[in-house]
Design a protein around this ligand. Structure first.
Ligand code: ZN
Ligand code: ZN
Length: 147
């Protein structure tokens, strides 16, 4: 999907939820949508500065926090980077990520079996899961071919 179409969807989604996409949030959203794979906050700031030279780190961090809270982007803790969600209209879905340590590409997958198994184990422990992100590291198809 085009990044401008994604932004349009995000605007509608926010309107429905009573939240607001400010110009700064929209700018960061577009940068994420145009970026292939995951990107760190620092690299985002560098890109944002080319559009808005006065951009501050706090602007980027606040925008990322907001976008993550809306379910538009996933934070990848283990590599401290952000990824636009493939299916952001269904927020709070379980997240499983395949992270290539060689080229830093990130693929988002969704296994309902894994989700159910984890929930069953949590239930047995009397634990309620509010958020789950599985970050699997390794080598992607392209990088395995290259070596
Ligand atoms: Zn997602
Ligand atoms: Zn790779």
């Amino acid at each position: 999907m085009e990044s401008s179409q994604l932004l349009e969807l995000a605007r509608e989604y926010c309107k429905k939820n009573g939240s607001r996409l400010t110009p700064a949030r929209e700018q960061v959203f577009l940068l994420l949508a145009q970026n292939q794979g995951a990107i760190g906050a620092y690299d985002l700031l560098e890109q944002l500065k080319q559009i808005d030279p006065g951009a501050k780190p706090a602007t980027v961090y606040r925008a990322l926090d907001f976008l993550a809270s809306q379910g538009f982007v996933h934070k990848i803790e283990s590599i401290n980077a952000f990824l636009m969600c493939d299916h952001f209209s269904e927020c709070s879905h379980p997240v499983q990520l395949l992270i290539c340590d060689h080229c830093s590409s990130v693929e988002e997958i969704q296994s309902n079996n894994l989700d159910l198994a984890l929930r069953a184990m949590a239930d047995a422990s009397g634990f309620t899961i509010t958020k789950q992100v599985v970050e699997a590291h390794g080598r992607c198809k392209n990088c395995q071919r290259a070596t």
